[in-house]
Design a binder for this molecule. Structure first.
Ligand code: SF4
Ligand code: SF4
Length: 124
């Protein structure tokens, strides 16, 4: 009888699974979500790469390329804390849309341009 009750309950209950990423996932208080990178502010200082415990970040300074391997990232937030230039942040949403990437690796071209120093005025 107990088993029959369970079976009947399954017929009328909503499915336990979700259709993410087609329907957005609900996030909870304290959710770290995912890492967001702003290529226009990155100075290629490489601190995030040095302090990442899972080697998820690669910075190619000469090529101006910043790479994140999402499968390696454990969302610890270390890189956000060490970046002095406000380039990295954590967004609470898991992902806005499912973006197909090569094995979870996202590559960004760094667009930051160092501002020119104002020229010293020469005394005449
Ligand atoms: S993201 Fe921040 S810490 Fe990482 S290389 Fe760019 S400026 Fe440096
Ligand atoms: S959140 Fe943590 S694991 Fe992920 S890239 Fe940053 S330092 Fe690495």
């Amino acid at each position: 009888m107990k088993m029959l009750k369970t079976i009947l309950k399954q017929f009328f209950d909503k499915p336990a699974t979700t259709t993410f990423p087609y329907t957005p996932l609900e996030n909870f208080e304290g959710t770290r979500g995912h890492l967001v990178f702003d290529p226009s502010k990155c100075t290629s200082c490489m601190m995030c790469m040095k302090r990442c415990p899972s080697q998820a970040i690669t910075v190619q300074r000469a090529e101006k390329i910043w790479t994140l391997d999402r499968f390696r990232c454990v969302m610890c937030g270390n890189c956000v804390d060490v970046c002095k230039f406000d380039v990295l942040s954590m967004e609470r949403e898991y992902a806005k849309s499912a973006t197909p990437t090569e094995r979870g690796v996202e590559t960004y071209e760094i667009t930051y341009v160092k501002p020119e120093r104002p020229k010293k005025e020469t005394a005449e």
